[in-house]
Design a protein around this ligand. Structure first.
Ligand SMILES: Nc1ncnc2c1ncn2[C@@H]1O[C@H](COP(=O)(O)OP(=O)(O)OP(=O)(O)O)[C@@H](O)[C@H]1O
Ligand SMILES: [Mg+2]
Length: 277
């Protein structure tokens, strides 16, 4: 009966989310370990099979740094942002392409139709080049018709965080920003950040200090008081913008934890941090 209980609890959520759009950002560190990756993709294929339209955006941070070092390419950070030289951009594209291909391959093996694209595909992501960071861009606009076309045909788009600058050249863009921009543009039901911490923490060094629910108003305060740092900064900014532009809820969850995505979406308690207006 326990097993049936789980399904019964999930039923109202399944009904509510049918045909809605979810944008799921998967942190680069979660895609390295084969088992973790497979479990996350299995959960995503389940979402697809209950009628939810999923768009995946992935990072590649740690692998990019590792391969750069192996090739003897300097990794330099300017004000916390990765400087991307011409050589470094080659590495970024190599790593992201490899990760992207793997995700597509594994989704297909799960009978989940997937299509690998970058922000360059169909001119989807237009960005403003940030000169002092080399080949890096900040997002100006996202053309949603590219994604809507794929969703209509039943594909799960898997997007690499690369965009086009004003002159049509490739630029590295932040994956958290891209996930938020796509969610905003499509007025997604949910934006989910899967990362390597339990969620938003009151104290970054204490995994037990998880904030289960919060609002954009509280998040703005936290940004002001430096309670959020490093990789959580682009997420926090992305969360605030997404919700202010119509995304119903944003979640930060621990991708290392088995089936965290399903637990967050289909159970009453959830497992990570849920942010609403
Ligand atoms: N208040 C906070 N709560 C939780 N994590 C925080 C907080 N402040 C800073 N962090 C840091 O943010 C990190 C998550 O961002 P990070 O950029 O490292 O991963 P990611 O975005 O999931 O992956 P990738 O950048 O490869 O796509 C955590 O590992 C943690 O060190
Ligand atoms: Mg990050």
């Amino acid at each position: 009966m326990d097993k049936i209980g789980v399904l019964v609890e999930a039923l109202p959520y399944i009904k509510k989310f049918k045909e809605k759009v979810f944008v799921v950002k998967i942190g680069g560190s979660l895609l390295v370990d084969e088992k973790t990756r497979r479990e996350i993709l299995q959960d995503i294929s389940l979402l697809k099979f209950v009628g939810i339209n999923v768009i995946i955006v992935h990072g590649g941070g740690k692998d990019i740094t590792e391969l750069s070092k192996r090739l003897g390419i300097k990794v330099r950070f300017v004000e916390g942002l990765r400087h991307t030289s011409d050589e470094a951009l080659e590495v970024v594209m190599m790593v992201l392409g490899k990760i992207n291909g793997r995700i597509v391959e594994e989704l297909e093996r799960l009978d989940c139709k997937a299509i690998g694209i970058t922000g360059k595909s169909g001119g989807m992501v237009r960005s403003r080049r940030i000169e002092r960071l080399g080949n890096v861009g900040s997002i100006k606009s996202v053309e949603k018709s590219v994604l809507l076309g794929f969703l209509e045909q039943g594909y799960t788009p898997v997007v690499q965080p690369i965009g086009l600058d004003e002159e049509g050249r490739a630029v590295n863009i932040n994956a958290d920003d891209l996930a938020s921009a796509i969610a905003k543009e499509l007025k997604a039901e949910k934006l989910v950040y899967m990362t390597n911490v339990p969620g938003l923490l009151e104290d970054e060094n204490d995994e037990k200090s998880l904030i289960s629910r919060t609002t954009t108003k509280e998040l703005k305060e936290k940004l002001k008081w430096d309670e959020v740092s490093g990789g959580m900064i682009p997420k926090t900014k992305g969360i605030i913008e997404a919700i202010e532009r119509g995304v119903k809820s944003v979640h930060i969850i621990d991708g290392r934890k088995r089936h965290s995505l399903l637990l967050e979406i289909f159970t009453d308690e959830g497992v990570g941090t849920m942010i609403t207006e």
